[in-house]
Design a protein around this ligand. Structure first.
Ligand SMILES: [Zn+2]
Ligand SMILES: [Zn+2]
Length: 632
């Protein structure tokens, strides 16, 4: 007790000293309350009108609306068919019904083709409410948008849904909302995005991390069970013994190797086509086949490959010619009319070729693995990102279906801070303003084992941005934190904005520092904090833990605090200073375990070791990094 009083006293002293030197904490932006608008009430005499022929996702939309409105108000709204019920003003029209169109009795008109598969249209016409969208998913998305934007419901995480209970269902009197997403493919991983209800509510349409059946409008998926590094399977290494020339004369290994195929070999192409067709035939509902390089840089430098790559100025030359040949082959068969061949612009193929242009049934997925995430991707002062942006500018000129594989966590330290909250919206806008039509925001795909760094918040914000990059992100973050952390929200919001302000700062020599996705947490690019910042941040977490919280909220605060303790432990500050480092690390280790966290970083060796050396930073507590002498 005496120590903690002394510590609190010292903390006040340091902060007072900070004040003397002009130090100021980073404050979250002020989020103004929503504007007051004239409302109208949805009373119990309203009916929900659906098409008599409504099926699948449109029917799910009707049932979801009915169910949530009941949960909110206790009112059971009657559902009627459009053809058997004459129009009355007090209707909630859901989906495409006979109330719509260019005829004498139409209630509203709508440019339906402009909605595409997923566009959302919500409108009030007098007392009538119209909630509709494109087929197959738009009407279901429209219902969720209506419930979120006009009635305050939220699907924050798979375990945290907010459905307000109200005395009356008040909605704005004037609604006229039309939104068609820029992205045809929206995907992320984390934890909640594996849950179907959360994914549908937050309009995640990829099929990589969840299966979406026709009852929720299906989705956009890759054939054959994989969407990355597929050449390993499409050109199996079992051919190596009989046909070694099908494989790369590796630029690194200097000999024939199974690490990559040789893309100018005719048999390689024939085998790949055969397997591409087999994958597509086994999953006829999928729209994309991934033909993507293996995850290494040992590409082929045989005479044929080298000549093409020299002429094209990039290894993307041989890759794209190979991909185009597969795409041409698929065009011969009508059953593949809906299919696109997807390939990477990744590492050695990131630079666009000078000559070859992708066919119209080819998707190029540009990967930002080398980039800096302290600074936006279009920041002209971040040299790492300038090179990437220039590649994107060239790809967008030659590719009509440009996708992006982007990264949103630290793969070498899942539990450490990754202060990228300031770049996720600028990056999303940058993509969408530059012809990108599909995005996979790769996050911590193993977050279920290492949920120590805002997994739920990140998934929620990314999903919202993938749907509409112009959202009010500060408001979104505030709403989430208030629901998720309760009274601790203000302190955690301040922590997040502080980390964002302190990342990618200049070094003492005046050079800007850049944060990659495998960064050591001790590097100053991650966060450069003064002694005042450190003391103040400790105070934020103390306040957060001492706030009036439910047990669930306290657990969330403790999990989120791990990232800050991980940073302090790596940087050997505060309780992790030399004299108390051992005991503090022991405590951190056991707290991590007690919270059910079992993983430090990605990969087979990323699990937490049973025995660790507590004077080591926590990044070394995985089975692959712990010194052998401790393991045995
Ligand atoms: Zn070759
Ligand atoms: Zn940078």
């Amino acid at each position: 007790m005496f120590f903690s009083r002394l510590s609190a006293c010292f903390l006040s002293f340091v902060l007072a000293l900070g004040g003397f030197f002009g130090w100021k904490p980073v404050q979250p932006p002020i989020v103004s309350p929503p504007e007051e608008v004239e409302t109208m009430e949805i009373t119990s005499d309203y009916v929900i009108v659906k098409s008599a022929s409504a099926r699948d996702a449109e029917l799910t939309a009707v049932n979801t609306l009915k169910d949530i409105l009941f949960q909110m108000s206790g009112i059971t709204f009657e559902v009627v068919d459009d053809t058997s019920t004459p129009y009355t003003a007090r209707e909630i029209i859901v989906g495409a019904t006979n109330r719509e169109g260019y005829h004498d009795s139409s209630v509203y008109i709508l440019d339906r083709p402009a909605l595409g598969a997923e566009g959302v249209f919500i409108k009030t016409v007098g007392e009538t409410v119209v909630i509709t969208g494109g087929a197959p998913r738009g009407t279901l998305y429209a219902v969720y948008t209506f419930l979120e934007d006009y009635l305050g419901c939220r699907w924050f995480s798979k375990d945290l849904t907010v459905i307000p209970e109200v005395d009356s269902l008040e909605i704005p009197r004037e609604i006229d909302y039309f939104h068609v997403p820029v992205l045809e493919f929206r995907e992320t991983d984390w934890i909640s995005p594996r849950d179907v209800t959360w994914s549908v509510a937050n309009k995640m349409n990829g099929l990589v991390y969840r299966y979406l059946d026709s009852s929720v409008g299906g989705g956009v998926g890759y054939a054959g069970g994989s969407f990355a590094h597929t050449l390993e399977w499409l050109v199996p290494k079992s051919y190596f013994e009989t046909d070694p020339e099908m494989f790369a004369l590796g630029v690194k290994s200097g000999k024939r190797t199974v690490s990559q195929p040789c893309l100018t070999n005719e048999k390689t192409l024939a085998v790949a086509i055969e397997n591409v067709r087999a994958w597509l035939d086994s999953s006829p509902d999928r729209q994309i086949i991934s033909v993507t390089q293996n995850d290494n840089t040992d590409y082929c430098v045989c005479a044929n490959c080298r000549a093409i790559d020299a002429a094209e100025g990039s290894q993307a030359g041989t890759m794209l010619r190979f991909i185009n040949a597969i795409a041409d082959e698929l065009k011969k068969y009508p059953q593949y009319d809906h299919v696109a061949v997807d390939t990477f612009a990744y590492q050695y193929t990131r630079k666009p070729p000078k000559i070859t242009v992708p066919r119209d049934n080819v998707i190029v997925r540009l990967c930002s693995i080398e980039c800096c995430f302290s600074h936006p991707l279009n920041d002209p002062c971040c040299e790492r990102n300038v090179a990437f942006a220039n590649d994107l500018y060239t790809w967008k000129k030659i590719c009509n279906r440009l996708y992006v594989w982007d990264y949103t966590t630290n793969y070498a330290n899942f539990l450490g801070p990754f202060p990228n909250f300031g770049v996720i919206q600028p990056n999303m806008k940058f993509f969408m303003e530059n012809n990108v039509v599909g995005i996979y925001e790769e996050g911590n795909y193993q977050a279920a084992e290492s949920d120590g760094e805002f997994a739920d918040l990140r998934a929620y914000l990314l999903a919202k941005l993938l749907w509409d990059c112009d959202i009010d992100l500060d408001r979104c973050m505030k709403e989430f934190c208030e629901a998720y952390y309760g009274e601790a929200a203000e302190y955690i919001l301040e922590y997040i904005y502080m980390t964002t302000a302190k990342t990618g700062q200049k070094s003492i020599f005046g050079q800007r520092q850049h944060m990659g996705i495998f960064e050591y947490i001790g590097n100053a690019c991650v966060m450069k904090l003064s002694i005042f910042d450190i003391f103040h941040t400790d105070g934020l977490w103390e306040n957060a833990k001492n706030a009036d919280l439910t047990e669930e909220q306290l657990t969330r605060v403790l999990k989120s605090e791990i990232s800050w303790r991980y940073w302090k432990a790596t940087n050997k500050v505060r309780e992790f200073g030399l004299l108390t480092r051992y005991e503090s690390s022991q405590q951190l280790y056991s707290d991590i375990k007690a919270l059910g966290i079992t993983r430090i970083h990605e990969g087979a060796g990323g699990l937490m070791a049973d025995k660790v050396y507590f004077m080591d930073p926590p990044g070394r507590w995985s089975t692959s990094r712990v010194p052998a002498i401790i393991l045995f």
